[in-house]
Design a binder for this molecule. Structure first.
Ligand SMILES: Nc1nc2c(ncn2[C@@H]2O[C@H](COP(=O)(O)OP(=O)(O)OP(=O)(O)O)[C@@H](O)[C@H]2O)c(=O)[nH]1
Ligand SMILES: [Mg+2]
Length: 243
């Protein structure tokens, strides 16, 4: 009986050890291909999965809102919502403007992706929500807290242009006053639609006069050693718009 008990203890320990190894391997596999910029960087946070972002500066969550110091703490932050279909280039653009380096994002944003920049003591918080179909249902939830909506379009995606238009106008109907910047991205590509074509395809002529509206061509090419001028212009526009 004793050897059997001894062997069963050894098997039990082996199964536990194997379980740990499988768990570690699974964690490694799950996080290895993430699109998010490393968590160690102070300007970036991100989250996976279906849970909604708990972004403190996005709304004063879980704090006593009657306390004026709390309100003051967040009053200088500007929230910028970055949306657009999957693959449009949202993460790549955010990386570029927050780090001043050019690098394509490596994997689709599975949840949300936040970065910030500080300009003259004012913090600009960017929140990208992934553009895949399941995440688009969350887009509306963040509109009311945003000071500006950036909508990024892949200018080469002719097939999904009607879908991009539909999603954009759905958002615009929700917030008729919210300032809007549409970025016609991937303009480095030969098959990219031009600005006037996109203006028509996206029915941007229907945007009402009450809304502040800007339409810009952008591209990020990894071959270029420096941040493209169009991205710097976009950053400057945002600073002007929010100051
Ligand atoms: N040629 C070209 N490719 C670009 C440009 N911007 C982004 N890309 C490419 O498009 C891919 C998708 O870009 P992302 O930044 O991940 O797109 P996204 O909008 O964040 O996509 P989701 O996170 O899935 O919603 C990148 O991996 C790049 O390969 C651009 O201006 N020009
Ligand atoms: Mg992304």
């Amino acid at each position: 009986m004793a050897p059997f008990w001894y062997i069963s203890r050894i098997i039990g320990a082996a199964v536990a050890a194997l379980g740990s190894v499988i768990f570690i391997a699974w964690k490694y596999y799950f996080f290895r291909g993430r699109r998010y910029w490393p968590m160690s960087k102070p300007w970036s946070t991100s989250c996976r999965g279906p849970s909604l972002p708990q972004w403190k500066s996005w709304w004063v969550h879980g704090e006593d809102q009657s306390d004026m110091s709390v309100l003051l703490k967040y009053s200088h932050d500007k929230q910028i919502l970055v949306l657009g279909l999957d693959g449009a280039g949202k993460s790549s653009i955010l990386h570029c403007i927050s780090t001043n380096t050019v690098k394509y994002s490596m994997a689709p944003t599975q949840g949300f992706n936040t970065v910030y920049i500080t300009v003259d003591g004012c913090k600009l918080d960017f929140m990208e929500i992934g553009g895949s179909q399941n995440l688009r249902t969350y887009w509306n939830l963040y509109l009311s807290k945003a000071q500006v909506l950036i909508f990024v379009v892949d200018s080469t995606d002719h097939v999904r242009m009607p879908l991009a238009k539909q999603e954009l106008h759905r958002l615009l109907n929700e917030e008729p006053q919210l300032p809007l910047v549409v970025l016609a991205n991937k303009q480095d590509q030969k098959k990219a639609l031009g600005i006037s074509e996109l203006h028509k395809e996206l029915a941007l002529y229907t945007i009402n006069d009450e809304r502040k509206f800007f339409f810009m061509a952008t591209h990020i090419t990894q071959d270029e050693p420096h941040v493209p001028k169009n991205i710097l212009d976009f950053k400057e526009l945002l600073i002007q718009l929010l100051s």
